[in-house]
Design a protein. Structure first.
Lengths: 192, 355
């Protein structure tokens, strides 16, 4: 069974925000919506041993998503391959899923016409894979540092399975029990 | 911007913007008030004072309950991103909002049918609605349905917030208890203010029964006031002392931060302690003012709770959205306005000025 996940190698990320730009361009997002903000970038350490640690984020496509069961319209859904997405035609913009997401990875745009607001979020470029089977999400394709690795985590031969298998990883807010499917490989000089 | 100013502004940042506005806070208050009135009205007429005719006495409170629920629903729908398709809220069984919508619908129609079934032709202008008096044959059923649904609404308003575990301050079993207590307290106040206020002549026996109801609600409101005060203080102070970082940050805002005035003077002082003293004094005029203060305190409680929607920030999220809010968004929105496109040189100058 296919189970999509992403590994993000913080050792490689230089905080260039190309993934954010690629995502915004492909999805034609309004200015106040970002699916994959690159957080962090705070200088850490003591001179001369200083470094910047970036935290590229996106929807965690959790195995136990908080945002799906709370949706009153059934617009917020999860595919068998683990991709959490919103059916814009069903969404009424109540924002309960936006409040339910512990990662803050959903939002409605305030720059669209009134009465036309719906919840938007990352879909692992589901629409692209429907047109080009096997294609990576745009943020993965764009990352010139190869910091993002996407694939089927249930396939032991996939690049992501191999990477996660041999590296020390962590996941964000794991204690909430959402079982997020974004695995981070911590920075060499990282705080963890 | 110097570091001190940056840190000061940073301390009060809500991660991204606030998702739910004043509409949801108002809806939670009005829903609780309406649900509470219907529940108390059902319990008092059916179980506490059976055999007495309290229909005329409870006409105005139940009419106010209907108005509160309908107005609350209006705010709820207005807050939606796509209000014309609000009916989609009834679809998913796992969603707490769906059950809220069902309860609100049952309560509204139950109350409406009860009112129409007991509508008097003496009511000015709207006397013609007495043609629906045939619904009065099932009065008990309508009020029972509305009362049970009303209880559900009172609990649901708190449960809806407490199920969202992304927000630490909401995600506590104390919140539904607090909201239910507050809803009952405001309902007592609402009923006491409006009991026997419906146009029409009531029999002396009904007025005596209504007086007993008023006395009972007076005592009940004092008890509920004490309970609410205790739950509120225990919840906020335990968050302050033993909560996680997010709960502590919100509790600090309530106890000694930007909400301290609203919390101590508005909610604890004027919303709970002063009404308790006034109610205990036994003065009827003071009792009326106490009821109004209780209603204002209940409304303030919903607003402060909805505004306490802090989420545990991800690493560096604070900095990211601070920068976006104060510089990038200003630049981006300005740059995107038609007719205001800047030349390359101007763009760099604009960015320099921002930082």
């Amino acid at each position: 069974m296919t189970r999509y996940a992403m590994a993000i190698d913080q050792r490689r990320c230089i905080g260039c925000h190309s993934c954010s730009v690629a995502c915004r361009t492909w999805n034609e997002l309004p200015l106040d919506i970002i699916y994959n903000p690159v957080l962090g970038g705070v200088a850490e350490g003591t001179w001369p041993n200083v470094h910047r640690n970036y935290l590229p984020t996106l929807c965690m496509h959790c195995k136990n998503p908080e945002c799906v069961p709370c949706c009153p319209t059934g617009a917020s859904q999860q595919d068998p391959d683990g991709v959490v997405w919103v059916d814009y035609k069903k969404c009424m913009g109540c924002k309960v899923c936006v409040n339910a997401c512990p990662y803050g990875m959903r939002d409605t745009s305030h720059m669209v016409r009134r009465f036309d607001e719906f919840v938007r979020k990352c879909t692992f470029c589901k629409e692209r894979r429907e047109m080009e089977p096997g294609a990576d999400p745009y943020c993965v394709q764009t990352c010139h540092q190869k910091a993002r690795v996407f694939g089927d985590i249930d396939d032991p031969d996939s690049a992501i399975s191999k990477l996660i298998g041999r590296a020390d990883t962590f996941r964000l807010l794991e204690e909430l029990g959402t079982d997020p499917q974004i695995y981070y490989i911590p920075d060499l000089g990282g705080t963890r | 911007m110097d570091m001190k100013q940056y840190q000061q502004e940073n301390a009060e940042i809500q991660y991204k913007h606030r998702y739910w506005g004043f509409q949801i806070a108002t809806y939670l208050f009005l829903g609780g008030l309406g649900g509470g009135i219907l529940f108390l009205s059902w319990v008092l007429t059916t179980f506490v004072f059976p055999g007495t005719s309290l229909v005329q006495a409870f006409m105005l409170p139940n009419f106010i309950a209907l108005l509160a629920i309908v107005l609350g629903l209006f705010f709820l729908v207005e807050e939606l991103g796509q209000p014309p398709v609000f009916y989609r809220a009834y679809v998913t069984a796992t969603s707490i909002i769906k059950w809220g919508a069902v309860l609100l619908t049952i309560a509204s129609f139950g109350d409406l049918f009860w009112l129409l079934g007991n509508w008097s032709p003496e009511v000015p202008i709207l006397g013609f609605l007495s043609v629906f008096n045939f619904l009065g044959g099932l009065s008990g059923l309508w009020l029972g349905a509305a009362g049970i649904a009303g209880f559900g609404i009172m609990v649901y308003t708190g449960v809806m917030l407490s199920t969202l575990k992304a927000h630490s301050f909401w995600s506590t079993p104390a919140l539904p208890i607090l909201f239910t207590t507050s809803a009952l307290s405001t309902a007592c106040a609402g009923i006491m203010l409006s009991l026997c206020g419906w146009p029409g002549v009531a029999a002396m026996s009904d007025l005596v029964a209504a007086h007993h109801v008023h006395e009972l609600l007076h005592v009940l409101d004092i008890i509920l006031g004490f309970a609410e005060l205790t739950i509120l203080l225990v919840m906020v102070l335990s968050f302050l002392g033993a909560g996680n970082r997010t709960q502590q940050r919100v509790a600090q805002r309530w106890v000694k931060g930007s909400y301290a005035g609203w919390f101590w003077i508005g909610m604890i002082g004027l919303g709970l302690v002063v009404p308790l003293i006034m109610n205990a004094s036994g003065n009827p005029a003071a009792g009326t003012i106490a009821c109004i203060l209780v209603l204002c305190g209940g409304c303030l409680l919903r607003f402060l709770c909805v505004w306490s929607d802090d989420r545990q920030p991800l690493e560096g999220e604070n900095k990211y959205y601070f920068r976006q809010k104060h510089a990038d968004m200003k630049f981006a929105t300005y740059y995107s306005k038609p007719g205001k496109e800047m030349e390359r040189g101007q763009t760099f100058e604009y960015i320099d000025n921002l930082y």
